[in-house]
Each structure stands twice: as C-alpha cells, then as structure tokens.
Design a protein around this ligand. Structure first.
Ligand SMILES: Cc1cc2nc3c(=O)[nH]c(=O)nc-3n(C[C@H](O)[C@H](O)[C@H](O)COP(=O)(O)O)c2cc1C
Length: 316
C-alpha cells in the first residue's frame, strides 16, 4: 500500500512541493543523517537539520535538557560545527539518505546571517530550502532576540536571501508582535513561516536550589507549546492567506497534526517527540493517514485552513 493508504498526502509550503506534510524540526533530528539509522528520511516531507551558524559555536554549559511535567526545557545553545564543516562532514550522508533537506541557520548579527547565506550557495539538489532561525540574540541590539522585532527579523531574512534558496523564517511566540514580525519577514523575502520555536522558561532544581539548566533559563517545548502553535498558525493564516506555513509545537500524534493543518498550516514539523521516539515523525504521518481515512478525507490539503470556514483548501 502507498504511504498515503489511498489518502493524497501531497502539500505545498510556499514553493516547496512535499510528498507528505510531516517533517522533522530543527535541533531535534541531528545536523545530518543521524536519524537514518531509525527511519527512511526520504519518507518524510522534509528533514530540517539543526541550526547552523557561519562559524563553529560551542553552545551552552551542561545540563542542557530538563524534563517537565509535560514537555521539556532545553538550553543546547545552538551548538554546531559551522557551515563549512557541515558541508564537509554531513552533506554526503544527507544526499545518500534521500532526504529533502531544509538547512536552518542562525546568527548573532545581520552580517552573520548574510555570511551563513553566502556559505550555503551551490548546494546539491536535495537541499530544498533554508529556514532562518531568528530566535537568537542580536548582539547589535543589546542581545534582544531578532524574532521579537519586525525590523531585526526583516534584516536577518534579507541578509540570508543571498543563499538563493526558498526561505522560511522560524518565529517565537515570545512577543505580542508575532503577526507583525511574520509580516515583516514575508515582506523581506521569506515565502514561509515556521510557527513556533521554543518559549523562554526555567526550572529550579530542588536538590541544589539553583536553576536546573547550566545556562539558567531555557526553551519550553513539547505539549505545553501546542495550543500556542495552533493560535500562532491560526492568526498568521488569517493575516497572510498566501503564505506558506509550517506548524510546529507539541506535535505528538496524528490528531495534533490535523489540528495544526485545520488552523492553517500547510505541513507540520515534529520536534520533542522525536527525542523520545526517533520514528515519531513517521508514526505521526501514519496516524494522520488513519485519521483522514476514518473521517472521509481523501486529500490532506482539504484540511488546510478549514478552521477558518473557507471551503477546499480554505484560502477562499
Ligand atoms: C533539544 C532541542 C533543540 C532545539 N534546537 C533548535 C535549533 O537548533 N534551531 C531551531 O530553530 N529550533 C530548535 N529547537 C526548537 C524545535 O525545532 C521546535 O521549534 C520546538 O521544540 C517546538 O516543537 P516541539 O514541541 O515539537 O519540540 C530545539 C528544540 C529542542 C527540544
């Protein structure tokens, strides 16, 4: 039987035509093809690799992860080998894996986003897009997060556009200006929104009576983020009917994916669930198929934006 089991799983996010609407989320599925030991990366809609900077970056002190009653906290701190080392050490395995790769990038200044974009020119065809992760401190603005400012986000996206690949921008719900930030990113050349990144949180270790993570605070992910992601997707879809939208946040089951699609996502990414269960993204895809089959849905695109009340793909 086809992966869709009779259900048409094809979708489009911006200009990206995907065979299935489920992908990995940055930072939860390795820098390269590490997950290929557990699942066929080519069976996913896309594989988003962990955010890379132009230069190597050591990340934050341990401990870097902490379990929560629901979900988790992390302060990995964007550790990475830098783009040139990534091209040398990971790209061949990604090509062999059959994945459609989206490269996530970050920087601490607009110039660093530009340099990252330059280093991503002339990649093999398996690299289908670049995700601009603006949930990082902007050293030119006193360390304020790029994603909290429409102007800073637009500048980062504009600088990254030098890569010449379709751009998506990964945003944070840590600002009441989320919809405006999304609009600025789209104006600056992003064709898709990735909603959401983690949200700032903290846990105190009762044994030490100190912050549990080495960096102090961290990012909350998993189940606690799901309703926020649904809201962000819904609001951004209402504001930008033509934008590509990835829904990300607490996707653990096929039903979680259905909810984000109904809210307006064209496709979803699975993050924290993959850390506990490396095949989670494929299970979510299979559960999505079962849900569609059980509810008389013959094509997942019928679900996209349906919560907005429009027929068909909901774009009116
Ligand atoms: C351990 C860990 C590392 C992450 N690293 C990155 C990263 O490098 N770049 C990024 O854009 N998002 C990163 N994220 C955020 C995820 O991609 C995702 O946006 C977020 O966790 C919400 O999805 P989830 O609830 O399915 O995990 C990371 C999340 C976790 C848990």
């Amino acid at each position: 039987m086809s992966p869709g089991g009779g259900v048409d799983l094809t979708t489009r996010v911006g200009s990206l035509e995907l065979a299935t609407p489920v992908a990995t989320a940055a930072g939860t599925a390795g820098h390269g093809a590490e997950l290929a030991a557990y699942l066929d990366l080519g069976a996913l809609g896309a594989h988003v690799v962990k955010s890379l900077a132009a230069d190597p970056w050591p990340g934050n002190p341990a401990p870097r992860v902490w379990p929560l009653r629901a979900g988790m906290l992390n302060s990995v701190g964007l550790q990475g080998p830098g783009i040139l080392a990534w091209r040398r050490e990971h790209l061949d395995a990604l090509v062999r894996s059959g994945a459609r790769v989206v490269v996530s990038i970050w920087g601490r200044s607009v110039a660093e986003f530009g340099r990252a974009g330059e280093l991503l020119r002339e990649l093999p065809d398996c690299v289908v897009g670049v995700e601009v992760n603006v949930s990082c401190p902007n050293l030119e603005r006193g360390g304020a997060m790029f994603a909290h400012s429409p102007e800073a986000t637009a500048a980062a996206v504009g600088a990254a556009a030098v890569c010449g690949l379709p751009l998506s921008v990964k945003l944070s719900a840590g600002t009441p200006a989320l919809v405006a930030v999304a609009g600025a990113a789209l104006e600056a050349g992003a064709e898709s929104l990735v909603l959401l990144n983690t949200l700032a949180g903290m846990a105190i270790d009762l044994a030490t009576r100190r912050p549990a993570l080495g960096a102090g605070g961290g990012g909350v992910s998993g189940a606690p983020l799901h309703a926020l992601a649904v809201r962000a997707v819904y609001d951004c879809r209402a504001a930008y009917p033509g934008a590509g939208i990835w829904g990300v946040g607490g996707v653990e089951t096929g039903e979680d994916a259905v909810e984000l699609l109904l809210a307006g996502a064209d496709a979803v990414q699975v993050g924290t669930a993959t850390l506990a269960e490396p095949r989670a993204a494929l299970r979510v895809r299979d559960e999505l198929v079962s849900w569609c089959a059980a509810h008389g849905v013959s094509a997942v695109r019928e679900l996209v934006s349906a919560a907005h009340g429009a027929p068909g793909d909901g774009r009116g």
